[in-house]
Design a protein around this ligand. Structure first.
Ligand code: NAP
Ligand code: HSE
Length: 426
């Protein structure tokens, strides 16, 4: 086999094979050998000891080599990774990838080609790190109509939120740690702005709902505008902030989104800390399932890649053909429910002038939009000259009402900064 990439994940796979090659040979009756590894920089120092003879910067050496039957794409980014994936499938090689961006943004072409060529396309490492969520959704839960998926599926942002709240770390310091530990994407804005979670939930929704769900359907908000102050105020009200990804299917259509949410402290997902992920699934026959594990990092991701490599070997050994179809087609019957029509409870933090009558102005506008308040706290501490934070929690309301009300409130002369708005998950 060949690896494309010898970064965090590639080195993890290499190391796993160094440690477990003999054990795998005993279990499978097959010796797994890495024949070539594609890298960008041949002279870079690596955490694993690799013979220079197997490193290459020329993909041609891999694609032309008929002894290489399995290609593992662990490079990341869209190009040239996507071209290499398509070339490998065209050449009839079994393909394993950890690349959620490509699958979410151009999965249709890749799934389609894998089916046409009758080869295995493994992407267990694309979602949930070491959690075997792809095989569970594709295979173990195939007898179910999946109604809902809800989870924490980005290790970097969960790590940052945990370190900020529990250890008072600044956002920047927590991000630096996540980068050093190998959790973050090469471009960490993908993690911070919620795009990585959006890629992952689009992949999961496609598997769950049996049709390609376009990535553009995912409503995305990240944690890049989250303030430590909001994490602490939320805690005072008995909530923990988490970056949530969810996909639901109902008679109204598909709701699919990523957003930072306040979760009641007793919610099961609040115990998911640091680079752990958890995914809750509801199926019509199986009922509720909760999967939990390390969602990012070298070792857990290598574990997921190895499970795909072994499945690829099984396809090769027994001349297998994929029975379960990949979700390569968009279904016209599926409709997206826009975020404006979704219903949530909300947390608002207004930056308001500390003077009588201000609260009634704000609550008056909320009232005009039919938004009912469940709690209000004015915190005495000034955050701008003459302005203090006022935190309000609401009862359930439609998002479009919130958009309208906040637009008016933020134009009031007594409001000194854009209002912070977070959704609350019950
Ligand atoms: P990484 O540490 O940045 O490693 C990328 C590797 O790909 C490097 O070895 C790099 O070569 C090589 N590479 C990049 N562009 C190349 C090019 N144009 N030609 C040849 N080689 C190239 O990335 P990573 O964290 O391992 O992530 C890899 C993939 O796994 C991504 O799709 C990521 O989203 C996914 N993933 C990551 C994790 C995680 O925890 N890190 C978990 C699950 C999935 P050089 O070393 O020579 O620069
Ligand atoms: N950057 C990703 C994360 C890697 O932090 O979850 C795992 O997919």
């Amino acid at each position: 086999m060949a690896l494309l990439g010898l970064g965090t994940v590639g080195q993890g796979v290499f190391e796993l094979l160094q440690i477990h090659r003999e054990r795998l040979r005993e279990k499978l009756g097959v010796d797994l050998e890495i024949k070539k590894i594609l890298v960008r920089d041949l002279s870079k120092s690596r955490s694993v000891k690799v013979s220079k003879d197997i490193l290459t910067t020329d993909f041609g050496e891999i694609i032309r080599d008929e002894e290489i039957k399995i290609v593992c794409e662990l490079m990341g980014g869209i190009e040239p990774a996507k071209t290499y994936l398509l070339e490998s499938l065209k050449a009839g090689k079994q393909v394993v990838t950890a690349n959620k961006a490509i699958l979410a943004e151009s999965g249709e072409d890749i799934y389609d080609l894998a089916m046409k060529k009758g080869v295995y396309l493994g992407f267990e490492a694309s979602v949930g790190g070491g959690i075997p969520i792809i095989k569970i959704l594709r295979e173990a839960l195939i007898g179910n109509r999946i109604e809902c998926i809800l989870g924490i599926i980005n290790g970097t942002t969960n790590y940052i939120l945990t370190r900020m709240l529990e250890n008072n770390l600044s956002f920047e310091k927590a991000l630096e740690e996540a980068k050093q530990k190998g959790f973050a994407e090469a471009d960490p804005t993908l993690d911070l702005k919620g795009f990585d979670s959006a890629h992952k939930i689009a992949i999961l929704a496609s598997l769950a709902f049996g049709a390609f769900i376009p990535y553009e359907w995912v409503y995305v908000e990240g944690i890049d505008e989250i303030d430590l102050m909001d994490l602490k105020f939320a805690k005072q009200f008995g909530y923990i902030v988490k970056l949530i990804a969810e996909a639901k299917q109902s008679r109204r259509g598909i709701e699919i989104r990523v957003y930072p949410a306040l979760l009641p402290e007793n919610h099961i997902l609040t115990s998911v800390r640091l680079n752990y992920n958890a995914i809750y699934i509801k199926g019509d026959f199986v009922g509720d399932i909760l999967l939990y594990g390390l969602g990012a990092g070298k070792e857990p991701t290598a574990s997921a890649v190895m499970s795909d490599i072994v499945t690829a070997v099984e396809y090769l050994q027994f001349n297998k053909f994929p029975l379960i179809r990949y979700p390569s087609r968009v279904k016209d019957a599926l409709k997206l429910v826009p975020i404006e029509e979704s219903i949530f409870k909300y947390y608002f933090r207004f930056t308001a002038v500390d003077r009588p009558g201000v609260l009634s102005k704000i609550s008056g506008i909320l009232g005009n939009y039919g938004i009912s308040i469940s709690s209000v706290v004015q915190i005495g501490r000034q955050i701008r000259k003459g302005a203090v934070p006022v935190v309000m929690l609401t009862h359930e309301t439609k998002e479009e009402r919130v958009i309208g009300a906040l637009k008016e409130i933020d134009c009031l002369d007594v409001v000194k900064a854009r209002t912070k708005r977070l959704r609350i998950l019950s």
